[in-house]
Design a protein around this ligand. Structure first.
Ligand SMILES: Cc1cc2nc3c(=O)[nH]c(=O)nc-3n(C[C@H](O)[C@H](O)[C@H](O)COP(=O)(O)OP(=O)(O)OC[C@H]3O[C@@H](n4cnc5c(N)ncnc54)[C@H](O)[C@@H]3O)c2cc1C
Length: 459
């Protein structure tokens, strides 16, 4: 089994990565973007679409896709990004909050269409997402979730409940009692998506520099290890990695998400698994999992492991601890107990969680800076929508995205240590215990520990 070295996706598509120069000397641009993940690249893409004459530079510390964009679960999904009530304010209505959700719904298929029209194969399949319940309390949480969706105006066409038998027909998970289903998800190979996007940006004339870490930025100027890049505005698109900049350790919590992928599963076992629709599959337990069937017939599955490193430290090679690998393996064999499954690769990455768990596009005009991100684990589609919004703001396009519910001040900072560390570890332990209690005890009610953990985390 291979462990780390970033991810299975990056590892298996390395030949598709295009080498790019370092930023050296003094460079002038209209817009300087820090970070070569989905957010930085979609921002660059939409800037060029809005105004082909605009000079856009992307500065990437390592290589395009090095961060969460090259390591994620590959769900291009329309799942709710952030917490709706936290996006409401005096100037933002419930309708505007849901408008952003619908923008994400549309974006799921726009991304797929765009990649196809550009001739890029990202292993995309339109299967929707399905969140399954395997005990009464999980089912009850899904029902409450749906009830809340209906209050906010989501329709049966957008999200609906499947009976246990319908869910089982799709993916043969034993003891499934029911599931939430939405057609708004496309599974993909995330590294292929980020590489393709990088190439499309190159072709549009975006100048992407790799191995070019920005050490400091202020008033439109970015100091790299080998020079300066000056722009009219700087876009900070470093999500979880923002914590590495001086004074920004508490802006976003770098939360770890961990994944494993199996060896290819032989054709004869797929009858026992089902999954011919390639749905993006997740669970409703507190120790949440997300999974996809890959193009080469593996199962890639991710979830919570070690949740966070002391003082917001960042992981480098993506190496996964043995405890988390076994935990994901146990989830996998619980889902498909009669199928021989062998883990081929394990890894982890970091995603950016703001204090209110909701995305932001914060334009600080006096500092010539736009900070964008905070998708809390739902960034594959959200980065497309956020990047387009940032581009509309910079090019002063009169669009609803430029004034959306995500355009707001950066949420308040996280607590100082040791509170962040204690908080994240305790939440993790409480969620684990809550799942055990709910399985043993039965019944519809969510355990007190589960409710408490959600409250402490601020969700
Ligand atoms: C394991 C895992 C599974 C996930 N699964 C899903 C999923 O299935 N669906 C979903 O919607 N979301 C998922 N997410 C979240 C999603 O991947 C992220 O929200 C999204 O990729 C964020 O993109 P980004 O461009 O904002 O950040 P990143 O992709 O993290 O990019 C930030 C970039 O900034 C660069 N950088 C950092 N510091 C500097 C500097 N000083 N100078 C220059 N460059 C710098 C980094 O090298 C990095 O390339 C998952 C995340 C993880 C970790």
């Amino acid at each position: 089994m291979k462990n780390g070295n970033l991810s299975f996706w990056l590892d298996s598509t390395r030949s598709l990565s295009r080498p790019r120069p370092r930023a050296e000397g003094t460079i002038y641009a209209d817009v300087v973007i820090i970070g070569g993940g989905y957010t930085g690249l979609w921002t660059a893409y939409w800037l060029k679409k809005n105004d082909p004459s605009i000079k856009v530079v992307v500065l990437e510390k390592e290589f395009v896709g090095y961060g969460a964009s090259g390591r994620n679960g590959g769900w291009i999904s329309g799942k709710t990004v952030g917490i709706r009530r936290n996006l409401l304010s005096n100037s933002v209505s419930a309708g505007q909050v849901v408008d952003m959700e619908r923008a994400c719904h549309r974006a799921v298929f726009e991304i797929d269409d765009l990649m196809r029209s550009e001739g890029k194969d990202i292993d995309a399949v339109r299967g929707g997402w399905m969140q399954i319940a395997r005990n009464e309390s999980e089912l009850s949480r899904l029902r409450q979730h749906l009830e809340n969706d209906r209050k906010w105006g989501l329709t049966e066409d957008e999200v609906r409940m499947l009976a246990g038998s319908e869910a089982y027909d799709r993916v043969h998970v034993p003891e499934v009692l029911g599931a939430l289903f939405s057609p708004f998800a496309v599974k993909c190979n995330p590294a292929k998506l980020v590489y393709a996007l990088g190439e499309i940006c190159d072709d549009l004339g975006v100048k992407i520099y790799e191995n070019s870490p920005v050490e400091e930025f202020s008033d439109g100027d970015c100091r790299t290890t080998r020079g300066h890049v000056h722009g009219t505005v700087v876009v900070l698109a470093t999500e979880a990695y923002t914590a590495a900049f001086p004074g920004r350790r508490r802006d976003l919590l770098p939360m770890i998400s961990s994944m494993v992928v199996t060896e290819p599963i032989a054709e004869e076992h797929w009858d026992a698994i089902g999954w011919s629709g390639y749905e993006c599959l997740s669970g409703a337990q507190h120790m949440y999992f997300y999974a996809q069937r890959t193009a080469d017939n593996r199962i890639a599955i991710g979830g919570r492991g070690v949740p966070y490193f002391w003082r917001s430290n960042l992981d480098k090679s993506g190496e996964l601890d043995p405890g988390t690998t076994s935990q994901l393996n146990r989830i996998l064999s619980g889902l498909f107990p009669n199928v021989p499954l062998e883990i081929a690769h394990s890894w982890r990455g970091v995603l950016g969680v703001p204090r209110d768990w909701s995305p932001f596009i914060d334009h600080i005009k006096r500092n010539r800076l736009i900070r964008v991100g905070g998708y809390a684990g739902q960034g594959v589609t959200a980065a497309y929508v956020a990047g387009r919004s940032v581009a509309d703001i910079i090019t002063e396009k009169d669009s609803s995205l430029a004034q959306s519910a995500w355009v707001r001040e950066h949420p308040r900072k996280w607590e100082a240590e040791p509170l962040r560390w204690i908080g994240s570890r305790s939440v993790q332990m409480m969620y684990k215990a809550a799942d055990t209690i709910e399985y043993r005890r039965g019944g519809e009610e969510t355990s007190v520990l589960g409710r408490l953990a959600t409250k402490i985390s601020g969700r």
